[in-house]
Write a protein that binds this ligand. Structure first.
Ligand code: ASC
Length: 128
């Protein structure tokens, strides 16, 4: 268990940062901002799938405070928040599978689905 809400906040924010870095690198390759490397994409996607499982644990009761981008609505609508998070995890697992498969079109589709999950939750639960 976390020692404090600050620890919980740091935990979830670290997870999001690592996820954004790994997801963003796949995006950079798909958008041609850097050379596409299927092995790197598969490694990044596997990281995203693993990392997507982490942040939810940090949204503990009482960590709705401090200078974060998390809206109070997360705790008010926790069941919906958790459902959306599970959807992200499912899509991230599919991303890892698609990246491993090596078909770039499948990877693009799966990447889009994960991005939609990110945005869908940010639109409702994250400060602008
Ligand atoms: C990213 C990132 C997000 C999502 C979101 C998708 O790479 O850091 O928060 O994608 O922009 O819409």
């Amino acid at each position: 268990n976390f020692e404090s809400s600050d620890d919980a906040i740091q935990y979830r924010q670290s997870g999001f940062s690592l996820m954004a870095y790994n997801f963003g690198d796949i995006g950079a390759m798909l958008k041609g901002k850097k050379d596409f490397n299927a092995d790197v994409a598969a490694m990044r996607a596997a990281n995203v799938a693993a990392l997507a499982k982490l942040p939810l644990e940090g949204f503990i009761d009482g960590s709705d405070k401090g200078d974060t981008e998390a809206l109070a609505k997360i705790w008010a609508d926790k069941a919906d928040f958790e459902a959306k998070f599970k959807e992200l995890q499912t899509n991230a697992d599919a991303l890892a599978l698609a990246a491993k498969g090596g078909d770039k079109n499948e990877l693009k589709k799966a990447f889009g689905a994960v991005g939609k999950s990110c945005k869908g939750c940010h639109d409702v639960y994250k400060k602008d």
